[in-house]
Each structure stands twice: as structure tokens, then as C-alpha cells.
Design a protein around this ligand. Structure first.
Ligand code: BES
Ligand code: MN
Ligand code: ZN
Length: 497
């Protein structure tokens, strides 16, 4: 799908379909009014007859409207003008995209930048429309022997702007939105691939391939023997039961000044989490192929910023391995020494994410980071707390938390600030080592974050628990590509400073 900005009024568009908004009660948007006038009130007549009431996300497709050069007009219901928010807008665009894909239209012209979405401007509307359009056309059929060929003629989307001199900021927003959409797509593809294809070695190959495509990226892959030399006893304890070799991937993007300290993104890359000796129950265990979605979001975000050419320095770090049972697997009660020197009593081998992250977080300090953000499908408890809407956000600095929350709000890829108070720390006390790797059932997402906090004292740090947001279960099972939009927006904000 191609996207571009097209100045000019809607009644002049020789488009396959012109899409305009209608509010509750049949009130026409500005673009719809212009069409209606040129069409000698054909639209208001239809509305008067009661065929389109402007209900949120309703649609009415019209053909051969008199006096209009376009082949079709799609009236898009937006609900009450005062209630048009980000979610309503997205739902409406989703509905429009579904209708458009069912028509023979080769291109469509959307008049969305003029819409009064609460707290957002035209550039935002356009960017969101680009993301939604990608979302509705996404298919994962790589593993099908005969991919279903769906012939959708729609290949171009224009954003109609009434103002003939559209701003450069609109163009920037369009370029950035496309890059974010491609990053989301990469993250989804990696997430959806099965564990027997998307192994730690496969993730490493992907990072190397990304660095080949974008010369602003540099990939380095450390092997188990290198990790041993670094003293990563905690990370290595997780891979003991697996036949697949663990990898530690570093992907460096240097778009900023040489002296500028980098932002480091650390993504959990468990390519399959069986639980290890503390084996998970069988139901839905297949979904643990998604336990590398943090890693996928780091790759997606780095691809997005490389495509945009952001002026800042970012380092992606991906600790990746499988968590499997086996004769040499780590056992409950085993004690390991992390790269930081702190010892950990592993009471549950299924709490493995924190074990690979803690060593990666210690390793991150080598890059003298300005800020470190880790992203992980870390706890089932986070899903209980926040469901599938918000990611859990923890930070050792409130200012950083606020920055990430705001980036998430803007990108509509939201997070919720959770407590990281010392009061929770005693839950991790161990009788035999410096700490244990689980803190009991109470506050499970919080104690996981508290565990990580013990390894991030030397820098500004935030942790995103994406266990509830990285993929969908059930009939719509599939990766979401979150939180690539949040992370990329955060980095765009940093580059702008
Ligand atoms: N990858 C899982 C977390 C998870 C579980 C994400 C279900 C999404 C859905 C993680 O490694 C894990 O197993 N966590 C345990 C921790 C517990 C043993 C303290 C969990 O949440 O049950
Ligand atoms: Mn686990
Ligand atoms: Zn896990």
C-alpha cells in the first residue's frame, strides 16, 4: 500500500473512492459538505431519507454520485462530534478500510486531517490512518503451503487536504507513520513465527540482515562462550535444558552526535518458554512462542528509526534463548551468580525472563547509557492487573515514566504507571542467596520489576511488562507489534530535543 498527501477539494477528485466523515444526526464534515454542494445535495438527501445516521464506525458506500468525478463516495459515520476520540477514530478508519478492500477501487482519497479528534491534530489523524490501514491488510501466511491469494485492487491511499499548501510537518508525519507501520509489521512477523523457526539463531540472523539493509545499523552477536567470559551465570542458567544455542545480540544505531549517550533498549527474547523444570500446564502453551515479543519490538523499533533516519543514538540489546526442561536443565533450588556478582536462588525456573534480563541489564551499562528501557513479556500477573489494554510501566525515575506514558498516549499504544516501591523488595529475600527469583503470588508483576531494579541502580531505567499487550489469543490469535509505536514515538520525542 502506498500513501501520499493530495491537496485539493473533494468534489474535484478523480478517485476510486472519496471517503468523508458524517457526524451523529447526519451532520456533514467540511469535506462532506463540499461534496454535497457539488452533487446538488445528493448526500444530504440520502441522509434525510435515513440511510446514514452518522453512527460511530457505520459506513455507506455510494456509486456514481451525480456531478462528482470520483467512482464512489464512502460516507463514514463518526458518532457525536464532541465524543470523537482516538479510539472512535481508529474504529471508524478500520471500518472504512474493510469496505474499501471489498470494492474494486484501486485508490481512495481520505479526508481525515480536518476531523476534530479530541487532543489530536491532522498529522496525528493521518498517521493513525496509515497504521490502521497496515493493520487491516496484515496477513501472516508464510507458513501455509498454499497462501490464500486475496486479490485486493486497493493499492494507493491519498490523504486529501483542503488547504492547497499543506505543511512539511504533515509530510514528516506520513514518512514516520510508514516507518512505524513497517516496524510493527516486522515485530508481528517475528512474533507469529513458530518456535522451531524463530530460534535464538534466527533472531541473530534477522539482526545481521537488518544491519545489511541499513548501513546506520551495526549488529554484533555474542555466543555462549563469550557470555561465560562475561560472567553471565544467570542468563546461561536458563538455556541449560535447551539444544538451541543462546545468543546475545547487540544492534547499534548511531544517528546522533558521536559523544551523545545512547538510549538502550533491552528486549526479552525467549523464543519458547516451556517453563523449564517448573513446567507450564499444557493449555495454550503454544502461545509461549510469543515470549520473544520484547526482542521483536526492539528489532522493529530499530528498523523504524533507521528508516526515518532519526538523529540520536540507540542501542538494542537482545538476550535470547529457549527455556526447556532436560537432563542438564536448571532445577528449583539451584543458585547462580549473575554478571553483577549478585547471587540468585532459582525457586521457579518459569520465572526465567528476569534471569536473562538481569545480565543483559548489567551488560547495558557498558554502553554508558543516557536511559535504558527493557521490554518483556514478563508476568502473567501483569495480564491480571491490566488486561490486554495497557502495558505495565515501571521506572526508577518519574520524569522518564511520564515521558514514556505520554509517548504511549500519543501513539495510542498505552502503558500504565505501576509502583516500584522498596516496600515490595523483602518478598525477594532468600535464606540462601542474595535474592530469590520469585516473590510469591501477591503483586507478581511488581516483584518481577523489583527484581530487575536490583540490577539497574546505576542509570535511568524503565521497564515495560508487555505480557498482556504483545499478542492476542483466541480466534484473532496473533502478534500486535506493540509496543513498537510507543517506543518509536518516545525516540522521536528524544530526537526532537
Ligand atoms: N513468559 C511468562 C509470562 C507470561 C505468562 C506472559 C503468560 C504471558 C502470558 C514468564 O516467563 C513466566 O512464566 N512468568 C511466571 C512467573 C512466576 C513463575 C513467578 C508467571 O507469570 O506465571
Ligand atoms: Mn516463564
Ligand atoms: Zn517467559
Amino acid at each position: 500500500m502506498e500513501f501520499s498527501i493530495k491537496p485539493g477539494s473533494p468534489e474535484k477528485q478523480r478517485s476510486g473512492c472519496v471517503v468523508v466523515g458524517v457526524f451523529d444526526g447526519g451532520k456533514l464534515s467540511d469535506a462532506a459538505q463540499a461534496l454535497d454542494k457539488a452533487a446538488k445535495h445528493a448526500l444530504s438527501d440520502i441522509i434525510a431519507r435515513g440511510d446514514m445516521k452518522g453512527q460511530a464506525a457505520s459506513t455507506l458506500l455510494l456509486h456514481n454520485v451525480a456531478n462528482l468525478p470520483c467512482e464512489r463516495v464512502l460516507l463514514l459515520g463518526l458518532g457525536k462530534r464532541a465524543e470523537l476520540n482516538a479510539k472512535r477514530f481508529q474504529d471508524a478508519i478500520r471500518a472504512a478500510m474493510r469496505v474499501l478492500q471489498g470494492t474494486g477501487a484501486k485508490d481512495a482519497t481520505l479526508y481525515v486531517t480536518e476531523l476534530p479528534v479530541a487532543q489530536h491534530d491532522g498529522a496525528w489523524c493521518m498517521a493513525q490512518a496509515v497504521l490502521v490501514a497496515h493493520e487491516t491488510t496484515y496477513r501472516f501466511d508464510r507458513m501455509k503451503s498454499k497462501p490464500e491469494k486475496k486479490n485486493i485492487p486497493l493499492s494507493k491511499i491519498y490523504f486529501g487536504v483542503l488547504d492547497s499548501k499543506h505543511s512539511a510537518s504533515l509530510q514528516t508525519a506520513l514518512t514516520q507513520a510508514a516507518a512505524i507501520a513497517h516496524g510493527v509489521q516486522l515485530a508481528k512477523d517475528l512474533g507469529n513465527l513458530p518456535g522451531n523457526v524463530c530460534t535464538p539463531s534466527y533472531l541473530a540472523q534477522q539482526a545481521v540482515a537488518l544491519a545489511k539493509t541499513h548501513k546506520s545499523l551495526k549488529a554484533t552477536v555474542l555466543e555462549e562462550k563469550d557470555m561465560q567470559k562475561l560472567g553471565m551465570g544467570s542468563l546461561l542458567s536458563v538455556t541449560h535444558g535447551s539444544d538451541e544455542p543462546a545468543k546475545l545480540i547487540t544492534l547499534e544505531y548511531r544517528g546522533g552526535d558521536k559523544k551523545q549517550k545512547p538510549i538502550v533498549l533491552v528486549g526479552k527474547g525467549i523464543t519458547f518458554d516451556s517453563g523449564g523444570i517448573s513446567l507450564k500446564p499444557g493449555l495454550d502453551m503454544d502461545e509461549m512462542k510469543y515470549d520473544m515479543c520484547g526482542a521483536a519490538s526492539v528489532l522493529g523499533t530499530l528498523q523504524a528509526i533507521a528508516e526515518m533516519g532519526l538523529t540520536l543514538n540507540v542501542v538494542g540489546i537482545i538476550p535470547t534463548c529457549e527455556n526447556m526442561p532436560g537432563g542438564s536443565a536448571t532445577k528449583p533450588g539451584d543458585i547462580v551468580t549473575s554478571m553483577s556478582g549478585q547471587t540468585i536462588e532459582i525457586l521457579n525456573t518459569d520465572a526465567e525472563g528476569r534471569l536473562i534480563l538481569c545480565d543483559a541489564l548489567t551488560f547495558a551499562a557498558k554502553f554508558e547509557p543516557d536511559t535504558v528501557v527493557d521490554i518483556a513479556t514478563l508476568t502473567g500477573a501483569c495480564v491480571i492487573a491490566l488486561g490486554h489494554v495497557a502495558s505495565g510501566l515501571y521506572s526508577n525515575q518519574d520524569k522518564l515514566a511520564k515521558e514514556l506514558l505520554e509517548a504511549g498516549d500519543y501513539a495510542h499504544d498505552r502503558a500504565w504507571h505501576m509502583p516500584l516501591w522498596d516496600d515490595y523488595q523483602p518478598q525477594l529475600d532468600s535464606n540462601f542467596a542474595d535474592m530469590q527469583n520469585i516473590g510469591g503470588r501477591a503483586g507478581g508483576s511488581i516483584t518481577a520489576a523489583c527484581f530487575l531494579a536490583r540490577f539497574t541502580k546505576d542509570y535511568r531505567w524503565a521497564h515495560l511488562d508487555i505480557a498482556g499487550t504483545a499478542w492476542k489469543s483466541g480466534k484473532e490469535k496473533g502478534a500486535t507489534g506493540r509496543p513498537v509505536p510507543l517506543l518509536t514515538q518516545f525516540l522521536i520525542g528524544r530526537a526532537g530535543k
